[in-house]
Design a protein. Sequence first.
Length: 191
Amino acid sequence: MLLSFCGDAYEERFATMISFRGTSHPKGLRNLLQFDRLRMSLDERISKVLSKIEPKPHMLISALQSLQDSIGYLPEQAIKAAAERVGVPVSKAYGVATFYHQFSLKPIGKYLVEICFGTACHVMGAPDVYREFEKVLGLEEGEDTTSNLKFTLRKVRCMGCCSLAPVVRIHRDIYGKVKLLQVKDIVAKYE
Ligand code: FES
């Protein structure tokens, strides 16, 4: 069952990704020159984003949010630059970036696949649904993002539509009463 919204809990969390042209992952970058180009554009992007942030400590979360919106995740240099811009210790910026669920320190896929692990969804088979997505996406144990940076799998808290358990959200789409046999077809819609 595909729904376009899910009560008040719906929130858009899709973040803009850096475009790794000609490669599917930083590991796949063919040579150092290419890496330097990517790195330079990342540094430029960080500077541009932070230039719009008021240099005050209370702006730390805004700075991190803006950087994640622009880059798609929070690389080390972004966290350090944010700390420097707003005048807080780097350790504090790391603390905030790792505390809040909204921040990711690793590149995330173009499509965020969120499996609800709230009580109702858990009881109705969310762990099995999660494992099926892992299988279909070809994720090894401990991995949450596909090597082509297309999908990132996440466990999330209650989405506010428990009567549809188990619930899965991909980008802006909500799938309710998800069955294991549907998972392959659901993933295919985004490939
Ligand atoms: S427990 Fe999954 S939507 Fe509420």
